[in-house]
Design a protein. Structure first.
Ligand code: ATP
Ligand code: MG
Length: 587
């Protein structure tokens, strides 16, 4: 935990930060004020779409660019807030014309295209439940999710329909309508489908927002499936209060600023911070329709003059792998704040931000279940590389231990590891796991929500990630943090990514095995293996350092970019591989 803090002089010439003094912000913050800052009203009748789009139009900002889509050929399509509103109203009318009642589930299986925004906002406007599915899912994972979500309307492309949905349609009796974004208007529509563009063209352009209440379910997200079978998580309309507040406090996003969230809308980050939060802030969003590519990403950051950038550790490590020179070849004068989420962000990656962009990445921690960022490094505060930061104002977060009597008690010492626990009461907390009320109930105890992640918390309230409860390793009575070992391995110049697991050991109980992916220009071999082992032993001590190191061409990752340690473990031990629906590269 002894990392040198990165001090910041503020952003001269930029807009003032929303959060300038952490202690003061914690003392004065209230969710009632956060709601007022968003809606100006106190009655509990929120609707996410109205708060993200309608409000800006009412305030005279309808002509502001809401989102810019960039395609493979660098063609740009811009939509203003007013245009988003018109399109979403049309879609809400389409749902009513099709006889879809309020509260029904509407799913999307689309790339990062304008129709996604139309359908997402229109669904919320109509008081229906939005479930944005990851577009690379194949038929089986789709079937499970569409069934579990009782989805009545699916919006997808003609190609996806033919390839992935037509064959499972019979297994989906609740799916009443499939609406297609057409690839080729000259071909006949597949049987049992409707043309989205034609329906939108016929629909009326005004709609009176459904009278949703704060607690009504608005969003259905499936978790990443990192630790097991993905869970269906429901979030209420009130989530927008926390997503807006954190887009301001943590992402420091101001009206009119250019913002890029690289997450796909098929995961919670892509909706909470790729759509709802930043639109609620009145920002101007960049959406790249293409997949990750270092040169392309640098060009987008530079040409689009991105000011605030929210990305993920895997992407950052892949940029590092491509070399600092590539980043330095571009200028990013507009870029003023960079944040990360999804996986532990090693100190090395935080400080690489300074090397490549002149500023550190700010780690943030949250989960599908929390609906919004809960722990963060703030733009105006110093950054401790390797720490996830501190609880956001309005949220009490601690690490807790279970006492002999089975109670939970907050841990005061920074030396003791415990489970991250949050005091319920923030507006974006999940309202349930689909069809699994027992699991939902089991996530709460003694007035805390238990996150399933282990951490330490220092005297100043900084959290230091240790690992998932399912991933930690116990060796010779010590609890070993996978994150700490992986971070140490990644300080070796040859190591681009690392993942460690516990393997059975007759004496210690478990021993550490590491899988490493090499940076460009390094070759796997015995020499390198002993160099990396030696490096790890020097940094970590022999008791904690990996006993074994294996080279890997590509670590198994979820499609949202998280290393699946459970799969490495299962393969190592010859156990069943479990649910692989979110494994990258699989359809
Ligand atoms: P599943 O619950 O299906 O196993 P998942 O937990 O990966 O999947 P998400 O809700 O997408 O699904 O991810 C939340 C988890 O990601 C957190 O509980 C935590 O383990 C990890 N995570 C997110 N941000 C961070 C971070 N900044 N540092 C460390 N871990 C993080
Ligand atoms: Mg989880």
């Amino acid at each position: 935990m002894s990392t040198r803090a990165i001090q910041k002089a503020g952003a001269p010439g930029g807009p003032g930060h929303y959060l300038t003094n952490y202690a003061e912000a914690r003392r004065t913050f209230s969710w009632a004020d956060a709601r007022l800052a968003l809606t100006g009203r106190t009655d509990p009748t929120l609707n996410i779409a109205a708060e993200t789009v309608g409000r800006h139009i009412a305030q005279g900002h309808g002509d502001r660019r809401a989102v810019r889509f960039i395609d493979r050929h660098w063609n740009r399509v811009d939509l203003t807030y007013a245009e988003l509103q018109r399109r979403s109203w049309r879609f809400a009318n389409v749902l009513r014309t099709l006889g879809i009642a309020r509260g029904a589930s509407v799913a999307t299986l689309l790339g990062r295209v304008p129709e996604l925004f139309t359908v997402a906002l229109g669904t919320l406007e109509a008081g229906d439940v939005l479930s944005a599915l990851f577009s690379a899912f194949g038929p089986e994972p789709l079937k499970t999710r569409l069934q579990l979500g009782h989805v009545q309307v699916l919006v997808t492309t003609e190609a996806f329909y033919r390839r992935k949905v037509a064959g499972i349609r019979d297994a989906l009796p609740e799916l009443r309508h499939v609406l297609l974004v057409r690839d080729d208007a000259t071909q006949a529509m597949p049987p049992g489908t409707l043309d989205l563009a034609a329906l939108l063209a016929e629909a009326a352009e005004s709609y009176s927002t459904a009278p949703t209440r704060d607690e009504d379910v608005a969003l259905l997200h499936f978790t990443s499936g990192t630790t097991g079978k993905p869970k269906g998580v429901t979030l209420p309309h009130a989530a927008v209060i926390a997503q807006h507040a954190t887009s301001r406090m943590v992402l420091d996003l101001h009206p009119g600023e250019t913002y890029w969230c690289t997450a796909d809308p098929g995961w919670v980050t892509g909706i909470a911070y790729g759509l709802i939060g930043p639109l609620a802030c009145g920002a101007s969003l960049i959406v790249d329709r293409e997949e990750f590519d270092p040169e392309r990403w640098y060009r987008i950051l530079a040409e689009e003059r991105v000011q605030v950038w929210y990305t993920a550790p895997t992407a950052i490590r892949m940029l590092m792998k491509a070399g600092t020179a590539l980043a330095r070849a571009q200028q990013f004068p507009a870029l003023r704040h960079m944040a990360s989420v999804g996986e532990p962000l090693n100190a090395e990656a935080v400080t690489w931000g300074v090397e490549a962009f002149g500023r550190p990445f700010h780690d943030t921690w949250w989960q599908t279940e929390t609906g919004a960022i809960m722990i963060a490094n703030f733009a105006a505060c110093e950054v401790l590389p390797g720490s996830m930061g501190r609880a956001i104002p309005g949220v009490e977060a601690r690490v807790v231990r279970r006492t002999a009597a089975g109670r939970l008690e907050p841990i005061e010492s920074a030396d003791e590891v415990g489970e991250i626990a949050l005091r319920p009461g923030w507006p974006s907390m999940f309202t349930g796991y689909l069809e699994n009320p027992e699991r939902y109930a089991a996530a709460f105890a003694d007035g805390w929500y238990l996150a399933g992640d282990l951490a330490r918390r220092d005297a100043d309230g900084h959290f230091w990630f240790i690992g998932r409860t399912d991933d930690v390793i116990k060796s010779a009575g010590h609890l070993i943090s996978p994150f700490e070992i992986e971070s140490a391995l990644m300080t070796h110049p040859a190591v681009a990514q690392a993942a460690v697991i516990g393997v059975p050991d007759p004496i210690a109980g478990q021993a550490v095995k590491a899988f490493i992916e090499l940076r460009r220009g390094f070759t796997a071999g015995e020499d390198l293996r002993s160099q990396v082992l030696g490096h790890a032993r020097r940094l970590l001590g022999a008791a904690v350092a990996p006993r074994e190191i294996a080279f890997s061409d590509g670590l198994p990752r979820t499609r949202s970019g998280k290393i699946m340690r459970r799969l490495l473990r299962a393969r190592e031990l010859g156990l069943p591989e479990g649910d692989l629906s979110t494994l990258e590269g699989k359809e």
